[in-house]
Design a protein around this ligand. Structure first.
Ligand SMILES: Cc1cc2nc3c(=O)[nH]c(=O)nc-3n(C[C@H](O)[C@H](O)[C@H](O)COP(=O)(O)O)c2cc1C
Length: 192
């Protein structure tokens, strides 16, 4: 019997058109193993969390975000690092998706975290904090391999396609591990 397909949803914690982290998500899709579909979400119109906005009813981009997280077999988060911490865009998406209806979308959700930055530390600080929030939310975060990618500006061509062979190799291994992690949480018949 063939294995069920894995449906991943991914988002980058950056809104800029030339985002290296969104480019990494595209590379993740390109180098994912057979049987994996990765839908890249657009967070541009997700407002900053505000309890008053929520009380009036989730805006449509928030409804879409929650549904995408709920429906995915694994969520792939590509986060930049700002000031040794988590950029607002990443945290805002995590926060909205942690809200009702209960159980919230992160509860029991397999997640894999990655990130890249032009500097030397490659988002290690941001990823640590993202993992902490997700663990608090009872998400199941892929423990290893971590994929912390420094020197982002030297890894892509002019079209922001990942072209650095060692990074492609790491990405391929990471995506194989993420797919294996997602499969651990699927029921015997695949996605519910
Ligand atoms: C406010 C701000 C703070 C930053 N702080 C860090 C940092 O602490 N560590 C780091 O590696 N890069 C830092 N950077 C650089 C980002 O890694 C870089 O802008 C990166 O390209 C952002 O991700 P993106 O390409 O996906 O938009 C910072 C950038 C900004 C705008």
């Amino acid at each position: 019997m063939s294995e069920p397909r894995i449906r991943m949803a991914g988002f980058a914690g950056s809104l800029r058109a030339g985002s290296f982290n969104r480019a990494m998500l595209r590379a993740a899709r390109e180098h994912a193993p057979d049987g994996v579909d990765l839908d890249i979400l657009d967070l541009t119109d997700v407002p900053i969390y505000n309890g008053d906005v929520e009380a009036a009813g989730d805006p449509e981009p928030v409804t879409r975000l929650k549904a995408a997280v709920h429906g995915a077999d694994l969520v792939l988060i590509a986060t930049p690092e700002y000031n040794f911490g988590v950029p607002a865009v990443t945290k805002n998406a995590i926060d909205w998706a942690s809200r009702p209806p209960r159980p919230h979308a992160w509860d029991g959700k397999p997640v894999a975290v990655m990130g890249t930055s032009p500097g030397r530390f490659g988002t290690v600080n941001a990823q640590r904090v993202v993992r902490q929030s997700l663990t608090h939310l009872n998400a199941y975060v892929l423990p290893q391999p971590m994929i912390v990618i420094p020197g982002a500006s030297g890894l892509f061509d002019d079209d922001l396609r990942l072209v650095d062979p060692p990074t492609i190799e790491r990405m391929t291994k990471f995506m194989a591990a993420a797919a294996g992690w997602a499969r651990r949480f699927l029921g015997p018949g695949g996605a519910e």
